[in-house]
Design a protein around this ligand. Structure first.
Ligand code: C2E
Ligand code: MG
Ligand code: MG
Ligand code: MG
Length: 286
């Protein structure tokens, strides 16, 4: 009897695997179609000076609204696109959209686009960035490119060469999710990098846990010595914001406390409002 039962549950297991496999295949086909139809959209999350008055740059974040299922998180579909070998097409589309949108904003505002590790490996990244800048007319000075710390480590030698060339064009290079990739900090000194974006995991408990705040301050003071800009990501509450200000932990703040990701056409009004009144810090999100 127990044999039959285990055989039964094995069959169930196989059926579940089949269902999941089919689901994944379907997702891949639909993602392929979405990319072909340019159905990936872009929203922008502003980075502000800590006083909430200067909207300095906006991060472009890809969105895929799946017809029946609703939005699918970029962490998920970017990973699928990487597996399928089509992430570079998404990068190109987001980059082009972001450069066009940035041209509609005041010229004090930059735009920051995420790169995948696959983009670093692909040979003509620099050429395609150059041609998109030319096509859209955006000054390279307003473009920032974000590379995750883990992809830098994975592709250190390729990355160094590519980032050098992008920087020579006048583009700002940021290390994203800084602190999560287990890199030795000694890399920082030798890499062609202008900005680090400290991962939101270093912010989460700074109000409750004094050790977390010390850790954040430690990362900040190491980085300050290298003349690198500091963005702190994922700042959600007023309490986190005031601790970060008090201890001078950030040049720029990106997080729900100031703004969620929003549509391109709302950026200019938000920047003007912030300059006049200071952006209101929200009390925090659930
Ligand atoms: P990321 O580049 O680190 O982007 C920041 C993520 O944190 C965004 O999630 C943003 O919505 C979220 N976030 C911002 N402020 C807060 C906050 O205060 N609290 C919390 N809990 N979250 C906050 P999103 O848009 O879901 O993107 C997730 C990741 O997907 C991004 O992380 C990035 O790695 C990737 N991604 C998004 N768009 C693209 C893209 O166009 N290309 C590539 N290669 N990756 C992308
Ligand atoms: Mg990013
Ligand atoms: Mg990040
Ligand atoms: Mg992240």
């Amino acid at each position: 009897e127990s044999k039959a039962r285990s055989r039964g549950s094995f069959t169930l297991f196989v059926q579940e695997m089949d269902a999941r496999y089919l689901e994944r295949q379907r997702l891949k086909a639909d993602l392929r179609a979405a990319v072909d139809q340019h159905a990936i959209t872009v929203v922008y999350q502003p980075m502000f000076t800590p006083d909430g008055r200067g909207l300095v740059c906006c991060e472009a974040l890809a969105r895929w609204h799946y017809p029946e299922k609703g939005p699918i998180a970029p962490n998920i579909f970017i990973q699928i696109a990487e597996e399928m070998g089509i992430v570079t097409e998404i990068t190109q589309q987001v980059l082009r959209r972001a450069c066009f949108d940035c041209c509609t904003w005041p010229d004090t505002i930059g735009v920051s686009v995420n790169l995948s590790v696959h983009d670093l490996r692909q040979g003509d990244l620099v050429a395609s960035v150059e041609s998109i800048l030319a096509e859209t007319g955006l000054s390279a000075k307003r473009l920032h490119l974000e590379v995750t710390e883990s992809s830098l480590i994975e592709e250190l030698s390729a990355a160094r060469a590519v980032l050098d060339r992008l920087r020579a064009l006048g583009i700002t290079i940021s290390i994203d999710d800084f602190g999560t990739g287990f890199s030795s900090l000694s890399y920082l000194d030798t890499l062609p990098v202008d900005v680090v974006k400290i991962d939101r995991s270093f912010v989460r408990n700074i109000g409750q846990d004094g050790r977390r705040l010390k850790l954040l301050r430690g990362i900040v003071s190491l980085t300050r010595g290298l003349d690198i800009g500091i963005v702190v990501e994922g700042v959600e509450t007023r309490e986190q914001l005031s601790l970060i200000k008090k201890h001078n932990c950030a040049d720029l703040i990106q997080g729900y406390v100031f703004s969620m990701p929003i549509a391109a056409h709302t950026i200019t009004a938000l920047a003007e409002e912030a300059e006049v009144n200071g952006i209101a810090a929200h009390a925090g999100v659930a």
